[in-house]
Write a protein that binds this ligand. Sequence first.
Ligand SMILES: CC(C)(COP(=O)(O)OP(=O)(O)OC[C@H]1O[C@@H](n2cnc3c(N)ncnc32)[C@H](O)[C@@H]1OP(=O)(O)O)[C@@H](O)C(=O)NCCC(=O)NCCS
Length: 281
Amino acid sequence: MQIRQMTPTDMNVAVELATRENWYSENQEVFRAFLFHDSKGCFIAEKGEEPVGICIATPYTHAGFIGELIVAEEHRGQGIGSMLLKKAIEYLQTKGIQSIYLDAVPKAVTLYERQGFHRVCSSLRFTGKPEGKEDDHVRAMRKWDLDPVCRLDRNAFGDDRHFFLKWISFIGPDFAKVFAKDKVIIGYITGRYVKNGVSVGPWVMSPDIFNPERLLLSLAMETLDEPLHIGVLEINKKSIQLLRSLGFQEKENPSVRMAWGKEKDLGTASTCFAIGSPAKG
Ligand SMILES: CC(C)(COP(=O)(O)OP(=O)(O)OC[C@H]1O[C@@H](n2cnc3c(N)ncnc32)[C@H](O)[C@@H]1OP(=O)(O)O)[C@@H](O)C(=O)NCCC(=O)NCCS
């Protein structure tokens, strides 16, 4: 078994492994974004010529995130997942990163604990079909909104996600909206079509916004009858309360947000109404 860096020709394998897990949101574009962001953090395990697993480490400026850890079912239980995870951690360490995060499915929690991760909180998944509502203060995100959106995002998330926000705006998201008041952007939301609905997030608002749901309901105006899927950290009580009040249902057996090293509270601010993705926070 050997572990090497992914190349663009590995994208089909990555998507196939993700699809077998019913991770509908993880398509070619998602993996291509990881590869363009930092190909050295994208790993693939092979037995001979056969690809058997993947894992992706995303270095931000101060913290890192690990995701997309998948081993083909017939090769599980032989330590491949642990080796991929170890590679990802080691890579982030070489970048000087001392805080690493991930979203673990319940079955994988012990695997991560064995390598030094600890639980932070549950990472919840909600699905709902709220009734859309037009809003005078909400408009489509434009290319020149990117800088203020990135600033807002950095303050809320706690690290620099501008690469992915830029990538979203570059490939043309299905939905990307900003909440602007007196020409100042005080919130943004993105969403994209996936096989079973619309995957929403990141969704970030400035503190002390009176009606944070306005961005979500404006987005729902366009998604028509598609269910919206949203990931929220258990810590964000305001977002959870809001989603419940809009009739969103919570998935059972939630994932667990886990951290390694000198924790930096990445993405735990109450202004982060939805995570970007389980693979990169
Ligand atoms: C998680 C996964 C990558 C582990 O790969 P692996 O090569 O079997 O890993 P290892 O042999 O190093 O470790 C096995 C550990 O994986 C965990 N595990 C076992 N089955 C699992 C499953 N279906 N899903 C998730 N984790 C599982 C357990 O902690 C197990 O440890 P244990 O045998 O002491 O109970 C693999 O099970 C998988 O691809 N699962 C589906 C995708 C997934 O859930 N990925 C993790 C997302 S957070």
